[in-house]
Design a protein around this ligand. Sequence first.
Ligand SMILES: [Zn+2]
Ligand SMILES: [Zn+2]
Length: 160
Amino acid sequence: MDRTQSDLLKAVIESSTSDRLKRILKDICVRSGDAYKLACSLLLLREDVSREEEADGEIKEDATTRYEMCEQCRKEYDVLANGEKACVWHEGELERDDEHDCWTDMDDYMLEEGSDAYWIKEQPEGFLWNCCDAKGDTDPQKSGCQTSRHEPLRNKKSRN
Ligand SMILES: [Zn+2]
Ligand SMILES: [Zn+2]
């Protein structure tokens, strides 16, 4: 009887040492984001997460969620890897830099057509962070003037 590849794989797993399998599993988690998430959900106990949060003196309703959206950097972060310097962000807002070249040739009616949110997407280089004058087209994770832990977004409905 022919063995399929999956039967063969099962047989190899059965006969492998646990050290070898541990190494392979770690390697798989590094190579594949999906595998990493799956391994986290299978191997990390939710109760452990909430206990860690409570030990910090920060009891949160959502403490059992493995991944959260951050209110500061607006990115998804790993609750278990939320160190003191995990989040780099700007405390201010993006403001249009009227002196930037990208606005010079633009007609007023075009500017009025789009909201700031629209232009931030289209021409981030024409904006500055009003907290520190960092350019709008730099990655806040690199240019951010604030460094702290990620803060969970309270209202998940505003996630977009
Ligand atoms: Zn800033
Ligand atoms: Zn953050």
